[in-house]
Design a protein around this ligand. Structure first.
Ligand SMILES: [Zn+2]
Length: 90
């Protein structure tokens, strides 16, 4: 009986850890750091650079966090203007 309980505990712990892993990228820098780097990150993107390696923690966060990704998108479109691949309607 004791062994049965132990293995049940282990299994639920396993799932909890898997769940946490799926939700949180270990490199994820978090909202605070992402917001701090938002300007720099957007400027690098707007200049045609790829900041995802230099700021891998922030990059991971923008992939994981919808609100921060939206902030980045908004700032980026403010920096770069309208997307040239989507011309304004006549
Ligand atoms: Zn965030």
């Amino acid at each position: 009986m004791e062994a049965q309980n132990a293995s049940d505990d282990q299994r639920s712990d396993h799932w909890a850890r898997l769940d946490a892993f799926l939700r949180t990228d270990p490199r994820d820098a978090g909202c605070d750091e992402a917001m701090e780097m938002l300007d720099v990150y957007a400027e690098l993107l707007a200049a045609g650079n790829d900041p995802s390696e230099r700021f891998s923690g922030v990059h991971a966060h923008f992939l994981a966090c919808g609100p921060c990704a939206q902030d980045l998108e908004g700032l980026l479109s403010a920096l770069t203007g309208p997307d040239p691949s989507q011309p304004d309607p006549p």
